[in-house]
Ligand binder design. Structure first.
Ligand code: CA
Ligand code: CA
Ligand code: CA
Length: 328
């Protein structure tokens, strides 16, 4: 069960729990060592832990059993079991054989009660903040694991996020004595890391104040750019990337291709400060003849997607924005 209930869930404060020890006992005790069900494989997976292999079977309606080879952390999920394909259960050194029905459905998380069709696989989204994101266990760390770990005796697993997701937390899963998993991992899409900071461009258009509120609602802040290096990095790696498909449009409509950054002179004209740190803005990258406080009504700073330069603009203008978070 996920318990992400407040906005501080990112920083190791909120642990989530799923059942493990007690409910896994029947499964572990019925593993058949030195056996493998031959030629009934639906699909195979390399470099996964034994429990990942079992879960893969649980989320695949057609699966009835698994073969697992510890030496290569290799998993096969089968569409038969030893009842339905008795003659195919063969001696096979180094392999273990296990049946789906010996494992609790809970292990499949939100997929436990899915309506997936017989030829589908339910994509488990347990280790994510909400249903928009997806992250699955990628298996234990093969460099540090001991033999027992691979079939779950020590009940320690390492998880990591899929490509394209930023990982918060250590990724370590521990089975506690009360039979619950303890873990801190969460995976979020869209963040990009530069040194000790991560950044994410939001494509929805908001006025400056709403953009600032949005960043703060996710424990981030409207981006603060403190050096030429940071400005260049953000421009090249986030802003240009995003506007690449609109390159022609932007070259003719540069004022329609901008993102809010976290600076303004709302409180005192010409004294630009960053909204989160309240620091005076020292490094600047103004577009020519700016800031011009045009019509006495330009207090918020946007970055131009065409050049990475800055312009002061009315704060009620709606445009994209970039949030920044500090790691550690
Ligand atoms: Ca910054
Ligand atoms: Ca102004
Ligand atoms: Ca201006």
């Amino acid at each position: 069960m996920l318990l992400f209930q407040n906005s501080n869930w990112l920083f190791l404060l909120v642990f989530s729990y799923v059942l493990c020890e007690d409910s896994l006992q029947p499964g572990f005790s019925k593993i058949q060592y030195g056996h493998r069900l031959d030629r009934k494989v639906i699909q195979s997976f390399a470099e996964v832990s034994f429990l990942d292999c079992v879960i893969e079977c649980l989320v695949t309606p057609r699966c009835k059993s698994v073969n697992y080879f510890k030496g290569a952390n290799f998993c096969e999920i089968n569409y038969e079991n030893k009842m339905t394909a008795e003659t195919m259960l063969v001696d096979s050194a180094g392999w273990v054989y296990s049946e789906k029905e010996h494992w609790p459905k809970d292990l499949a998380g939100s997929c436990a009660n899915s309506n997936c069709h017989i030829n589908q696989t339910c994509k488990n989204k347990r280790y994510s903040k909400d249903t928009f994101y997806e992250c699955v266990l990628s298996g234990i760390n093969l460099n540090t694991t001991k033999r027992e770990d691979a079939i779950g005796i020590y009940r320690r697993i390492h998880a990591s996020c899929s490509d394209g997701y930023f990982q918060f937390g250590s990724g370590r899963l521990l089975c506690q004595s009360n039979g619950e998993w303890k873990y801190d991992i969460a995976c979020e899409e869209g963040w990009v890391q530069n040194e000790n900071h991560i950044y994410r461009l939001f494509t929805e258009k908001k006025n400056w104040e709403s953009a600032k509120d949005h960043c703060e609602s996710i424990d981030a802040y409207l981006v603060e750019i403190e050096s030429s290096e940071e400005n260049t990095w953000i421009f090249q790696n986030i802003v240009q990337q995003h506007f690449l498909p609109k390159k022609n449009f932007c070259s003719h409509n540069k004022w329609d291709c901008t993102v809010w950054i976290g600076g303004s002179d709302k409180s005192k004209e010409t004294q630009f400060i960053w909204s989160k740190s309240k620091n005076k803005i020292t490094f600047t990258k103004w577009f020519s003849n700016n800031p011009d406080d045009y019509r006495g009504n330009e207090d918020c700073i946007e970055m131009l997607a065409t050049t990475g330069e800055w312009n002061d603009r009315p704060c009620d203008y709606n445009t994209h924005f970039i949030c920044e978070k500090n790691l550690n």
